[in-house]
Design a protein around this ligand. Structure first.
Ligand code: NDP
Ligand code: BG6
Length: 509
């Protein structure tokens, strides 16, 4: 196990939703798992006034997201709460950083965190650069003794220009090695397993190219709508919220070349090349290959479900997309002319994220006469969530006379590893940052490269009124037009069920 230095985690945005829902539970899990160093502290920072004790009550003792855990015993909560502190700071006011610095110095004396800090930016994104500058101006950017790292939450930029400006702004105060751009999809165990599936098994990689793969499909569907985040979502939309970051990270892992070594720079170099090889869209391509949709009110399993425009914080005439499906190409030696289809949406029939590799059919179908089925494709499904696992579909002989064939499933499910603890994505990523490992964080250049591909779509949607936003009833798989994106006779999206191995056109969700 890697050594973890004594250190403190300073969370900006400490009174917010993300801190309570994800960050504190992640650190609590690390505490219970024995992953925290001997001297450790969490210091919450936001404008609201709390004493340490009041803050501990809010994020530890009264935190609904800790309550269900078997590890959340009274004793563990008491011991964990002693590591948690709070300092009120208005990060827009440069004067108040001095108070934070004094508090950190005082805690450092008491707890010996060795001036090693992770500053986690979980505030509105407009403050990221301000906070980085404020820290640097007060000598908290690790240029004295100890180290400082900066975790930056998504969204990283609003478009290409703002992402470039943010990168440039952060680099005035911190070096690239100190900046950890978080994408929680990379912390998911099954996403990392994709890397291992490809590069640890000799059976897949020889087939992983244009000679054997017909198309690649990635779906990230959510059953929930925008919930309480309508205000944020309405100025974001699915393209910025899910595609530019989470889905593109999955694309990069599926499409990248084998890295020279399994380290941060080698892996991130290969991912960057994938983004650089994306075939740029023309305006006409955008019209033909990118479908946007928005959910409409509907009845799902007997219950009325709101349409997007009725959600709190959303404008009455909003054209923000809650669904995107797109087809694109990666112009390189491995993937020339292999279509990639990706889609994401809110208010869909179920919550599922999966990568589907469709292999090319046989060149010659020997059993065409006997088989009731046409020459079928082998399919490899990598299920990211839920029911995490891997499924391979292949043809078998139906017992009896002749050579009738049928497609069967060979599957592995993660929950079969019953004794293995699977860490939550935030838990894994925070631990990596604590140990200075940036492998699962996005690098500045690849963030910009991903925006470079997305930017023309945002501009076209903004400027070209003729590009429709299709409505789809909440609880369905999105606009039907998205089916037309898939090339080939009888080819369609895979409509996944809640269980990995369930198949067919109809299934219970
Ligand atoms: P919230 O609105 O719930 O929290 C924002 C936090 O920022 C509050 O603690 C607020 O506290 C603090 N804040 C605002 N202005 C200042 C200021 N001037 N100085 C100091 N603190 C300030 O947002 P979320 O927790 O939902 O999101 C935080 C970030 O994380 C956002 O960038 C979001 O995009 C990202 N994110 C959130 C996810 C989620 O599920 N919530 C998922 C992925 C990313 P106070 O008002 O007390 O100052
Ligand atoms: C977040 C998006 O980054 O990812 C949310 O802002 C989305 O809109 C969430 O719901 C999905 O994450 P997960 O882990 O539930 O698939």
């Amino acid at each position: 196990m890697k050594k973890t230095d004594n250190q403190a985690l300073v969370i900006f945005g400490a009174s917010g939703d993300l801190t309570e829902r994800k960050l504190i539970p992640a650190v609590f899990n690390l505490f219970c798992g024995g992953f925290l160093p001997e001297s450790y502290a969490v210091i919450g920072v936001s404008r609201s006034e709390f004493t340490d004790e009041e803050y501990r009550i809010k994020v530890v003792f009264n935190n609904e997201h800790l309550k269900g855990k078997s590890t959340a015993t009274e004793e563990n909560l008491e011991r964990f709460a002693k590591l948690v502190f709070y300092q009120a700071v208005d990060t827009k006011n440069i004067e108040t950083y001095g108070q934070l610095k004094n508090r950190l110095e005082q805690l450092d004396q008491e707890i010996t965190t060795k001036n090693n800090y992770i500053f986690y930016l979980a505030t509105p994104p407009s403050l990221y650069q301000t906070i980085a500058n404020g820290l640097a101006e007060n000598g908290l950017n690790g240029n004295t003794d100890g180290w400082s790292r900066l975790i930056v939450e998504k969204p990283f930029g609003y478009d290409l220009e703002s992402a470039k400006a943010l990168n440039k702004g952060l680099l005035c105060s911190f070096s690239e090695e100190q900046i950890y751009r978080i994408d929680h999809y990379l912390g998911k165990e099954t996403v990392q397993n994709m890397f291992v599936t490809r590069f640890a098994n000799s059976i897949f990689e020889p087939l992983w190219n244009r000679n054997y793969i017909h198309r690649i499909e990635i779906t990230a569907a959510e059953h929930v709508g925008v919930e309480k985040r309508g205000g944020y979502y309405d100025s974001s939309g699915a393209l910025r919220d899910m595609i530019q970051n989470h889905l593109f990270q999955l694309v990069a892992l599926v499409a990248m070349e084998p890295p020279v070594r399994p380290d941060a720079e080698s892996i991130r170099n290969e991912k960057l090349k994938v983004f650089q090889s994306l075939r740029a869209y023309t305006d006409q391509d955008i019209k033909e290959n990118v479908i946007r949709g928005q959910y409409l009110n509907s009845t799902v399993r007997g219950e009325a479900v709101k349409g997007y425009r009725e959600e709190e914080g959303v404008q009455d005439q909003s054209k923000t997309e809650t669904y995107v499906a797109m087809k694109f190409f990666i112009d390189n030696w491995r993937w020339a002319d292999v279509p990639f289809y990706i889609r994401t949406g809110k208010s869909m029939p179920t919550r599922v994220t999966e990568v589907v590799i469709h292999f090319k059919p046989n060149h010659h179908h020997l059993f065409a006469h006997d088989s009731s089925l046409s020459n079928q494709q082998n399919v490899l499904v990598i299920r990211i969530q839920p029911n995490e696992g891997i499924l391979l579909k292949f043809d078998m002989k139906i017992p009896g006379a002749g050579f009738n064939t049928e497609q069967v499933n060979m599957d592995f499910k993660y929950d079969e590893l019953s004794n293995v603890y699977v860490p939550d994505a935030y838990e894994r990523l925070i631990l990596d940052c604590m140990q200075g490992d940036a492998t699962l964080y996005a690098r500045g250049d690849s963030t910009e490269a991903a925006w470079e591909f997305i930017d023309p779509i945002l501009k076209a949607w903004e400027n070209d009124e003729s590009i429709p936003v299709y409505g789809y009833p909440a609880g369905t798989w999105g606009p039907e037009n998205a089916d037309n994106l898939i090339d080939g006779e009888n080819m369609n999206w895979r409509y996944p069920c809640s269980n990995l191995t369930d198949d067919g056109n109809y299934c219970e969700l």
